[in-house]
Design a protein around this ligand. Structure first.
Ligand SMILES: Nc1ncnc2c1ncn2[C@@H]1O[C@H](COP(=O)(O)OP(=O)(O)OP(=O)(O)O)[C@@H](O)[C@H]1O
Ligand SMILES: [Mg+2]
Length: 314
């Protein structure tokens, strides 16, 4: 895809999102990330988000997950700090009268970590159950002001289930990263016309800034699809960077991890940078792996992709 003037200017601006690496920087300065996710059924998703956050440049990644899923998640990599925090309904049945006290205890434990974390990713592999439904509002109320908070997957589902929670999101630098199914749930609450938004963008540009200001002030939206659309109060973008041709599970989890770090560095341009990094990494992985491409192939390409962007090769 040719890089028109707009694209070139934007690419330069995206490149400036990366913070300088100083010889004497302290561990954690480039981002301390936490994923709240991982349940009896789903152990891969939180790991993909947490490791991707590190591979695009974050310093420390935590996962707060269900107790049964924790041994599996811990075994994936020594680089992630894994905290068994909650239980899912599949793991243990509790009478409803005990659920309130139990979820409050989880939220209190999580609150103990609030100073250690800059960016939160809520949702990958969380699953949908009664306990999580009770826990999510408490978790959201306990997150500290001004944190970057990325809601993905079932995190978006829980928000839509309790729409009054959307007001809380104004306290944070919040991003929702819906795929097409999650977007359909959101569209029951908000009017979001993707075709209309795309009509406002120059389709010849790899990345373009669009004038669309959306009507939900509490959060940014990163809509994943053939083109990624980022809608914000101040700035909105369409990212058309060519990705790979294989659609496999985990790409959205990788993007959530990348977005949690890039948005911490720069909330306006970071999400677009994250989208571009993941699409370029997917393309590089696809060129090597073809149809056999899986999420770890993309994760392996993240670091080199970031290096290439920084060196102006991409
Ligand atoms: N049809 C498509 N063509 C090209 N790229 C796409 C397409 N659909 C999604 N992508 C890209 O793949 C990445 C992940 O999007 P996807 O819709 O697969 O997320 P997801 O369904 O949440 O994934 P996950 O399996 O991790 O839950 C995004 O960066 C997006 O740009
Ligand atoms: Mg997803």
């Amino acid at each position: 895809m040719s890089a028109g003037a707009t694209t070139l200017q934007l690419l330069r601006r995206l490149r400036s999102v990366f913070p300088d690496l100083a010889q004497r920087s302290k561990k954690g300065e480039n981002g301390r990330i936490a994923v709240v996710g991982g349940s009896f059924e789903f152990t891969g998703a939180p790991f993909y988000s947490a490791i991707s956050a590190l591979r695009v440049g974050g310093d420390l990644s935590h996962i707060f997950c269900s107790k049964f899923s924790s041994p599996a998640i811990k075994s994936y990599s020594p680089e992630i700090i894994v905290h068994p925090l909650f239980v899912s309904e599949e793991e243990a049945r509790f009478p409803q009268r005990e659920v309130e006290a139990m979820t409050e205890e989880w939220a209190a434990k999580l609150k103990g970590w609030e100073k250690a974390i800059h960016s939160w990713i809520v949702g990958p592999g969380l699953g949908r159950d009664r306990y999580m439904q009770e826990f999510l509002p408490l978790l959201i109320r306990n997150l500290p002001d001004d944190s970057v908070v990325v809601f993905d997957a079932d995190g978006i589902y829980y928000l839509c289930h309790r729409p009054e929670l959307f007001d809380e999101l104004a306290r944070f630098r919040t991003i929702l990263t819906p795929n097409h199914r999650e977007l359909a749930i959101l569209q029951k609450i908000y009017r979001i016309d993707v075709d209309e938004i795309l009509r406002g963008a120059d389709s010849r540009e790899e990345i373009s800034e669009i004038s669309c200001r959306h009507a939900f002030p509490h959060f940014k939206l990163l809509i994943k699809g053939p083109h990624d659309i980022i809608l914000g109060r101040e700035r909105s973008f369409v990212v058309r960077t060519e990705g790979g041709k294989k659609r496999c599970g985990g790409m959205g989890d990788i993007l959530a991890g990348a977005a949690s770090v890039c948005a911490l560095w720069d909330f306006e341009y970071g999400p677009a940078l994250a989208s571009r990094i993941v699409r370029l990494a997917t393309r590089a992985a696809f060129e090597k792996e073809g149809r056999g491409l899986t999420a770890p192939c993309v994760i392996r390409e993240l670091a080199q992709t970031v290096k290439n962007i920084e060196s102006d090769i991409y």
